[in-house]
Ligand binder design. Structure first.
Ligand code: VG1
Ligand code: CO
Length: 543
C-alpha cells in the first residue's frame, strides 16, 4: 500500500497539559489539527517499526473520526499491530492494562476525561508510553517541540475500519485487531480482588448504586458489578456511553453527581454509592449519609489494602499529588513506609511505580490507583472499597469513623474559579509568588503563616526537576492553602484553591467541613486577593 505524505505546517496551540492535549471539538475538527498532533507523537516515538499500539477512547463525540485517522497514520508510520477497543471504546485504565499486557510501544487515549462532550464540548488525546502510563514531561515536551516544526504527516488510503466487529483484519500487512474493551480488564480485577467474598456480601444484602454518568465505565461496571459480582440489574445507572454524556459533565463530584449524592443522603440510600468520570479513571465514594473526600479515600484504602489478595504482602510506599491532603502521610507513617509528594497529574507517579517504590497513589481530584496499571483507576478503587467492606463487615461511615479516631482527620475542600481571564489568573499567581518571602509570620485572623513556597519537584528516580507546580502556604498545626492554575481547562483559566486543616484524633473529628475550614477560606482571599484580582466573591465549584 502507498504511504501518502500530506504537507502540513505548525498551527494552533498543541501543548499537552496536565493530562494530554485538550481542546474544543471544533479545534480538533480543523484539517490537519489531530493529524499534526498524532504524527508529532509518532515522530518522537522510538521502536515503532513493527511495534504494537493500543487505541481507544471514552466514546465522546468525534471519537470514531479520530480513531480512523489515528489507525491510518499508525499504519503509515510502520506499526505492525494496532489494538482498538470495540466501538472505539476503552477506558483509560483499560488502555494502560492492554499496553502492558501486549508489550505495546504505547497507546492513544481519546478523551477529555471529566470535561463535557458533544459537538460544542471538549475533545482530547493522551499518549501513554510502554509502561502503560501517561507520557512523562520529557516526552510531552518533545511532542510539543515537534508540533512547532512539523511539515508533513503520513497516511494510507484505505476504507474506514469496521470498529464494531470483533476480530483481526490485515490492512497493508498491518494487523488491526478490534478487541473486547472489558474482558482483559475484568480478568485483571478478578486477579486482584476476592470476588467470592464480595459476592457473599452481596448475597448477604450489601447494596450499591453506581453512576457511570453515560461515560465509558458503563459497560465495565455492568459486567463486573452486575454480571460477575451479582449486584442486581439497575445497580449501574446511566450505564450507556453517550457522545454527549446526556449533556452532563462526566465529573464525579458533589456538583455533577448530585443525584447520587442526594440518594446517598436520603432514606433510600444503599450501603455504598460510587461514580466514575468520562474515561473511567476517577472515582467518587459515598457511604450512607457519609461522603468520603478523595484524599481520605486514598488514606483509608492504603490503611486497609492488606486485607485484599492483591495487596496482602503490604504496600511498598504511598504517593500523593501535592494538593492532596496529608491524610495518607499519616497512614504511611504508621505503616513505616515512605510517602512521596508529587506534582499534580498521574504522569509523575510512573517512575515511582516502575521502581517499585510505591504501591498505591492518589490525587484529591478523585483519582486513586496502584501498581496494577500506570493510570488512576475508578472501578479498581470501587472494588477495593467493596472488598474491604466485605472483609471488615462494617459500613462506609464506621470505617471512616474508625480511621479518623486512629489517625485524626484532615478536613479538606477545593474551590474552583472557572473561565477566568487568563491575564487576571496569571496576575494573581504572580503577585502571590512575589509575596512568598514576606508571608511567614503574617497573621490572617487566628492563623499564622509558618512557611510559603512555590512547589518544585525533583523526581527521585531520574532527577528531573519540575518547577512552578503550585503555591503552598503552610500554617501551624498542619493547616494549608494551595493555589494553582488548572492544566486541563479549555476556556480561559481555572484557579484551584485547596484548603486543608488537620484535627488530631482526640480533637473535633465530627465537625462540619465548611465550619472547620471557615478561617482558612477567609485567609485564602486575604493572602491572594481573589476578589480583588478576579472580581469573584464565591467559587464556581466546591468539591
Ligand atoms: C485535573 C486534576 C488532576 C488530574 C487531571 C487529569 O488537573 O486536578 O489531579 O490528574 O485533572 O485528570 P488540573 O490541571 O485541571 O488541575 V483526568 O480524570 O482528566 O485524566
Ligand atoms: Co479522567
Amino acid at each position: 500500500m502507498m504511504i501518502k505524505t500530506i504537507p502540513s505546517a505548525p498551527f494552533g496551540d498543541q501543548k499537552p497539559g496536565t493530562s494530554g492535549l485538550r481542546k474544543k471539538v471544533q479545534v480538533f475538527q480543523q484539517p490537519n489539527y489531530a493529524e499534526n498532533f498524532i504524527q508529532s507523537v509518532f515522530d518522537v516515538t522510538d521502536d515503532k517499526t513493527n511495534g504494537t499500539i493500543v487505541m481507544g477512547g471514552d466514546g465522546r463525540y468525534h471519537n470514531r473520526t479520530v480513531i480512523q485517522q489515528a489507525i491510518r497514520i499508525a499504519i503509515a508510520n510502520g506499526f505492525g499491530r494496532i489494538l482498538v477497543g470495540q466501538g472505539g471504546i476503552l477506558s483509560t485504565p483499560a488502555v494502560s492494562h492492554l499496553i502492558r499486557k501486549h508489550e505495546a510501544v504505547g497507546g492513544l487515549i481519546l478523551s477529555a476525561s471529566h470535561n463535557p462532550g458533544g459537538p460544542d464540548g471538549d475533545f482530547g488525546i493522551k499518549y501513554n508510553i510502554s509502561n502503560g502510563g501517561p507520557a512523562p514531561e520529557k516526552v510531552t515536551e518533545a511532542i510539543y517541540a515537534r508540533t512547532k516544526n512539523i511539515d508533513r504527516w503520513l497516511t494510507v488510503e484505505t476504507a474506514d475500519i469496521d470498529l464494531d466487529r470483533l476480530g483481526e483484519i490485515s490492512v497493508a500487512g498491518v494487523s488491526v485487531q478490534i478487541v473486547d474493551p472489558v474482558a482483559d480488564y475484568a480478568e485483571l480485577m478478578e486477579s486482584l480482588f476476592d470476588f467470592d467474598a464480595i459476592r457473599k456480601a452481596v448475597a448477604g444484602g450489601l447494596t450499591m448504586a453506581f453512576d457511570a454518568m453515560h461515560a465509558v465505565t458503563g459497560p465495565y461496571a455492568k459486567e463486573i458489578l452486575e454480571h460477575r459480582l451479582g449486584f442486581p440489574p439497575a445497580t449501574v445507572r446511566n450505564g450507556i456511553p453517550l457522545e454527549d454524556f446526556g449533556r452532563r459533565h462526566p465529573d464525579p463530584n458533589l456538583v455533577n453527581a448530585r443525584d447520587l449524592y442526594d440518594l446517598m443522603m436520603g432514606p433510600q440510600a444503599p450501603d455504598i454509592g460510587a461514580a466514575s468520570d468520562g474515561d473511567g479513571d476517577r472515582n467518587l465514594i459515598i457511604g450512607k449519609g457519609c461522603f468520603i473526600a478523595p484524599s481520605d479515600s486514598l488514606a483509608m484504602l492504603a490503611a486497609n489494602a492488606h486485607l485484599v489478595p492483591g495487596y496482602a504482602a503490604g504496600l511498598k510506599g504511598i504517593a500523593r499529588s501535592m494538593p492532596t491532603s496529608a491524610a495518607a502521610d499519616r497512614v504511611a507513617e504508621a505503616l513505616n513506609i515512605p510517602c512521596f509528594e508529587t506534582p499534580t497529574g498521574w504522569k509523575f507517579f510512573g517512575n515511582l511505580l516502575d521502581a517499585d517504590m510505591v504501591t498505591i497513589c492518589g490525587e484529591e481530584s478523585a483519582g486513586t490507583g496502584s501498581n496494577h496499571v500506570r493510570e488512576k483507576d475508578g472501578l479498581w478503587a470501587v472494588l477495593l472499597w467493596l472488598n474491604i467492606l466485605a472483609v471488615r463487615k462494617i459500613s462506609v461511615a464506621s470505617l471512616a469513623q474508625d480511621h479518623w479516631s486512629r489517625f485524626g482527620r484532615n478536613y479538606y475542600v477545593r474551590h474552583d474559579y472557572e473561565a477566568i481571564e487568563t491575564a487576571r489568573a496569571e496576575g494573581l499567581m504572580a503577585e502571590l509568588d512575589g509575596s512568598l518571602g514576606s508571608l511567614p509570620g503574617t497573621k490572617f485572623g487566628p492563623l499564622a503563616v509558618e512557611a510559603a513556597d512555590n512547589f518544585s519537584y525533583v523526581d527521585p528516580v531520574d532527577g528531573m526537576v519540575s518547577d512552578n507546580q503550585g503555591i503552598r502556604i503552610l500554617f501551624a498545626g498542619g493547616s494549608r492553602i494551595v493555589f494553582r492554575l488548572s492544566g486541563t481547562g479549555t476556556k480561559g483559566a481555572t484557579l484551584r484553591v485547596y484548603l486543608e486543616r488537620y484535627e488530631p484524633a482526640e480533637g473535633e473529628i465530627n465537625g462540619q467541613t465548611s465550619e472547620m475550614l471557615a478561617d482558612l477560606i477567609a485567609a485564602a482571599d486575604a493572602c491572594a486577593g481573589i476578589e480583588r484580582h478576579l472580581g469573584r466573591t464565591a467559587p464556581d465549584v466546591v468539591t
